[in-house]
Ligand binder design. Structure first.
Ligand code: ZN
Length: 122
């Protein structure tokens, strides 16, 4: 239920920011009639990255949240949920801040993000 609402909200926001990006890119382009291919493509890349960032962060945060029972990947023991922890991740799609549930194993004295987060949050 909450996920659907959030998906709908983010769709509206994404459409709105795509419209704004379109305007910004055209006004930038009109001010730079001599812009090179590389300059234009770099500008597009930056704009796209900025537009997608909040959407990507929502997508990353929603994946499998609170649905799996988490145990320690080392000893299989019980772990403590330490709440959400933010981590900045560099990716080809740009730099994003990932907020995921973070766990701590008292036996191993180690903290970790649950499975599924390796690609983004490690
Ligand atoms: Zn452990």
């Amino acid at each position: 239920m909450e996920r659907k609402l959030s998906q709908k909200r983010s769709q509206g926001e994404l459409e709105e920011s795509a419209g704004e990006m379109h305007l910004r890119l055209w006004s930038w382009r009109r001010e730079r009639p001599e812009a090179s291919f590389d300059e234009i493509m770099e500008r597009v890349r930056q704009e796209r990255e900025a537009m997608m960032r909040p959407f990507v962060e929502d997508l990353l945060a929603e994946a499998g949240e609170g649905e799996v029972e988490v145990s320690c990947p080392e000893c299989g023991g019980c772990v403590e949920n330490k709440g959400k922890k933010a981590k900045t991740v560099q990716h080809r799609e740009g730099t994003v801040e990932v907020k995921r549930e973070y766990y701590y194993c008292p036996s191993c004295k180690q903290g970790f993000f649950p499975p599924g987060s390796e690609n983004g949050a490690e």
